[in-house]
Design a binder for this molecule. Sequence first.
Ligand SMILES: Cc1cc2nc3c(=O)[nH]c(=O)nc-3n(C[C@H](O)[C@H](O)[C@H](O)COP(=O)(O)OP(=O)(O)OC[C@H]3O[C@@H](n4cnc5c(N)ncnc54)[C@H](O)[C@@H]3O)c2cc1C
Length: 476
Amino acid sequence: MTDVALPTPGAARSWWLREALATETDADAAPPLIGEIDADVAIIGGGYTGMWAAWFLAERAPGARIVLLEQDICGGGPSGRNGGFLHGWWEQIGYLSAHYGADAALAIAREADEAVDGIGDWCEEHGVDAWFRKAGYLRVNAFPGREADWRGTVDQLRALGAGEQLVPIDATAVRRVCASPAFGDGLMMPTAASIQPARLARGLRRVLLERGIRIHESTRVGSIASGGGRLQLATEGGRVFADQAVLAVNAWASGWPGFRSRVLAWGSYMVVTEPIPDLLEELGWTGGELLSDSRFTISYFRTTRDGRIAFGAGVGAAGYGGRIGRTFTHDRQAISRVAANFRHLLPMLRDVRFEDAWGGPIDITGHRFPEIGSSHGGRVHFAHGFAGNGAGPSRLAGRILAELVDGRGPSSVAALPFVGRRQPFLPPEPLRFVGARMIREALIREDDALDAGRRPGVLVRAIARLPRLLGYKLGH
Ligand SMILES: Cc1cc2nc3c(=O)[nH]c(=O)nc-3n(C[C@H](O)[C@H](O)[C@H](O)COP(=O)(O)OP(=O)(O)OC[C@H]3O[C@@H](n4cnc5c(N)ncnc54)[C@H](O)[C@@H]3O)c2cc1C
């Protein structure tokens, strides 16, 4: 398939995180928790969601004793390895309207969209250079036989007076953004921005420490007990007693009691090329636009400040029983698929070298929408299920979580109607694992057949459509 050697995923931290860590010459330490401590609020998870929750909580309740516990380092999970696509939920307008009505859908989408400028402004205010660039996000049809039909979503947004949020553009205009012969027409989301994801995560960590928030890294929370007056969080080296807790563990929720029945972990993988500024110039792709194709196993790609392409695809596999292991970090076959998609979408760059490869888990729920709410008698608040689109929405989740914890005053975002609504149950293990693997295989085979100009087999098509028939928003 290729004579260009592929890097091995999982050998090191992501290219993004290494780049960000290299700029931290004097990062404050966040040592593991040893012994027992007392807090008003304990936050589990040092990704964007947990850190935004800590930030907004500190803003609302300046004197609150907040402790954040992270099993790795802050940003060591997907928040430090994602594509850096920053956008809200305009594409979800159909789902949101169907569940909550048109007005509420618009209100939810507007709050999610706040994240983009909100993150840009926050970075500016706090001296975080996260390479924020607001250049828009363009989805393109590039695989014959799998063209997306965006008309319904576009019409819905127009009817709501928000037609400017998703703008159909023809193939000629698409190729003015990036002159690939593989690209057909597309859909532009002008308000989207790109970031260097790990720089945002590490910037959040720095600012939280400066605000006096106590962070313990290399500290895994094994359980939350709610008996008696206070919550007790057990870690390997100690315990936290807290009035309330925030569970912001993303795909790891697929292994937590109370959540595992509604969250599935799925792998997404990325590569980054050597610097190719001259080739980007030739392609005309110098505006910093984010790009993706329109298949279910989505390929997403963008440029970096130093003239590389970071390219990912949702071609990993599902995990088993909530275990977040090597499936999500060491899958060489997934990287081969990412590379093949790269060459299909950008055929003129077939000789470009990949310098790094990595993967991570994304958290999928039945409707591919987050669930944010409270459990344990209103003392534990949770947010997960971003389905590969959490870089922006995790900021809204953080605002909601801070309100759920604080509870004082007129609530705004915590009153949005999706808050407190659970996602559908997923089949139990081992059925879930077997089903998810079969469906993934069917989706990939269907894509392969169409790429080769063949009609996919009846069985393959039936399996790829099974989740939709069962009421899940997954597959075709
Ligand atoms: C390869 C890849 C590409 C992606 N691309 C994009 C993109 O371009 N745009 C986008 O919007 N989204 C993207 N995503 C998804 C995005 O990264 C996530 O939605 C987002 O980072 C979620 O933030 P989070 O804080 O909820 O989760 P995370 O960043 O996963 O943070 C959760 C943290 O909890 C910690 N944790 C888990 N269990 C425990 C425990 N028991 N005790 C202590 N700590 C614990 C984990 O170590 C982790 O650091 C991508 C994801 C991947 C994997």
